[in-house]
Design a protein around this ligand. Structure first.
Ligand code: SAM
Length: 237
């Protein structure tokens, strides 16, 4: 199902720690993804080469731009079918990974992958803006990560409340995110963040991606995150 050579060729430049066991786990993950996708729409990407590059290699690229100390904690907000959190866990099983999504069925899929690969992670069925107010999750993580969930302004309101001061929020974007980043500057700063890395790269030829790294430099004011409707109607400007 996976294209091993393509995967290794693509991630070679990302310093991604991928041993044989991790590769076997990714293979199992890909099989379950394609199988489950026949009855429940998890992803539009199902061809082996595409799953290899646009899901797995794309998530593994994070290792080039973020250094995860051993045993650090990470929450993936709006993880969907497990991207990027589950891929990062497969590469680095020492990480304490929490996978959050508002769709219960997607978390059911993730649990089947955890079982099928023998890995452990916490799954949380909640909206980010609700979980971010709960004491057990608020400012409790070394890292938050998200891909394809919301624009950077709203995403910062979803994600920064989870990150400890001194931690990082990693936002995976397409290359053409200049306006979005500019518009989000106020929100990032108000929520206690500071952009410390803006990394543009080619995943493969003609597929450009961008990984933003935002450092949490002060606590998020308690009024954030606001309720979903408020975030949607009145984004921080
Ligand atoms: N991150 C995955 C990826 O890159 O393939 C999934 C992306 S999918 C387009 C967006 C996911 O975010 C969906 O699974 C959706 O349920 C979840 N989501 C959107 N808004 C959310 C929120 N406010 N709180 C929790 N999950 C949310």
């Amino acid at each position: 199902m996976l294209n091993k050579k393509l995967l290794y060729d693509t991630i070679e430049k990302f310093n991604a720690p991928l041993g044989e066991k991790a590769y076997e786990r990714l293979e199992r993950y890909a099989e379950l993804l394609v199988e489950t996708n026949k009855s429940f729409n998890l992803t539009a990407i199902t061809q082996p080469e595409e799953v290899t590059v646009k899901h797995f290699a794309d998530c593994l690229a994070v290792f080039k731009y973020v250094d995860f100390p051993e045993n650090s904690s990470l929450i993936d907000i709006g993880t969907g079918a497990g991207f990027p959190g589950l891929v990062l866990l497969i590469a680095r099983p020492d990480l304490k990974v929490t996978l959050l999504d508002s769709t219960k069925k997607k978390l059911g899929f993730i649990e089947s992958v955890l079982k099928g690969t023998g890995l452990n992670a916490q799954t949380v069925h909640a909206r980010a803006e609700e979980a971010g107010k709960m004491p057990e999750y608020r400012e409790k993580f070394d890292f938050a990560a998200a891909r394809a969930v919301a624009n950077l302004t709203n995403l910062s309101e979803y994600c920064l409340p989870f990150v400890k001061v001194g931690g990082r929020f990693v936002s995976m974007k397409s290359a053409a995110a200049d306006d979005e980043i500019l518009q989000a500057k106020k929100a990032v700063s108000l929520l206690g963040g500071e952009i410390c890395g803006d990394n543009l790269f080619d995943l493969v030829e003609n597929v450009s991606r961008r990984i933003l790294v935002i450092k949490k430099i002060s606590q998020t004011p308690t009024k954030y995150p606001r309720a979903s409707a408020k975030i949607a109607k009145k984004p921080i400007k």
